[in-house]
Design a protein around this ligand. Sequence first.
Ligand SMILES: Nc1ncnc2c1ncn2[C@@H]1O[C@H](COP(=O)(O)OP(=O)(O)OP(=O)(O)O)[C@@H](O)[C@H]1O
Ligand SMILES: [Mg+2]
Length: 231
Amino acid sequence: MITVIGNLKGGSGKSTVTFNLALWLVYHDANAVAFDLDPQATLSDVAEVRREEGFEPPITVFRAENDPAAILRRHGGEVLVDVGASNLWAMRQAINMADRILVPVTPSQADIWSTQRFLNIIAEALRSDRRPEILTFLNRADTHISVRESNEAEEALSSLPGVTALRTRLAQRMMFRRSFSEGLAVFELEPSGKAAWEFNRLASVLYPQFVKQPAARRGQRQPRREQIPEH
Ligand SMILES: Nc1ncnc2c1ncn2[C@@H]1O[C@H](COP(=O)(O)OP(=O)(O)OP(=O)(O)O)[C@@H](O)[C@H]1O
Ligand SMILES: [Mg+2]
C-alpha cells in the first residue's frame, strides 16, 4: 500500500511522521520502504544520521524526485512517501499513485486554510479513476487542556468533506524534535514516554494489520500430552 504523507504547509511534521512510521513498520515486521520527494531531503538526511550512528534496524529511503511514478510502481509492501510543496509536480505524481494520503495538520487557522488548499490540489490532480482515502490528524497539538485551539482545529478538520479526521493526535513534544536530531524513533528514545504512546496509537490506527498481539495471547498454550483426552 502506498501512503503519501503530505501537506502544503511547511513544518507540519511530514518528515518526522514518515521517519517514525517507517521505523514502526520495520519493527512490526512489515516490508517497508520510504521515498523522499522533497528537494530539502530531510528524510534522507535523518536516515543518513541513523546509518552513520550505526543504529539498528536501518530504514530504506529512496530519493525519487525526478520520476516518482515509475519508481514507486516497482515497490510492493508498505511504501511511505514524504512530499513537500517545494516540488508540486512530484506531489501531483505521488497523489495519483497513492492508496491513501495522510495529512498532518498543526493546530492553527492558517494550517486549516492551507489544508483546504491542499485538498483542492488533490482533487485537481487526481485522475478520474483514482480515489485515495484522505486522513488528517493533528500534529504538534497543545498539551495543556485549557488551550482550545487544538480542539477547534480538530473540529474544523472533521467538518471538511471527503476526509477522515483521525482523533489520534501527536502533541508538541521535545521527543519528536529529538527523534529527528538523533536519528531515533520516539519509541526508541523513550519507549514508555508520552510521545511513544501517542505515536504507537497513531501507527496502530493506520496499520492495524501489523499490530502485534500481546505475548500471552500470541500463541495459545498447547495442552500437555497427558491432558489431551483419549477417545
Ligand atoms: N509533534 C511534534 N512535537 C515537537 N516538534 C515537532 C513535532 N513534529 C515535528 N516537530 C518538529 O518540527 C519541525 C518540522 O518538522 P518536519 O521537518 O517533520 O516538518 P515537515 O512538514 O516535513 O516540514 P517541511 O515542509 O519543511 O518538509 C522539526 O524541527 C521537527 O523536529
Ligand atoms: Mg519535510
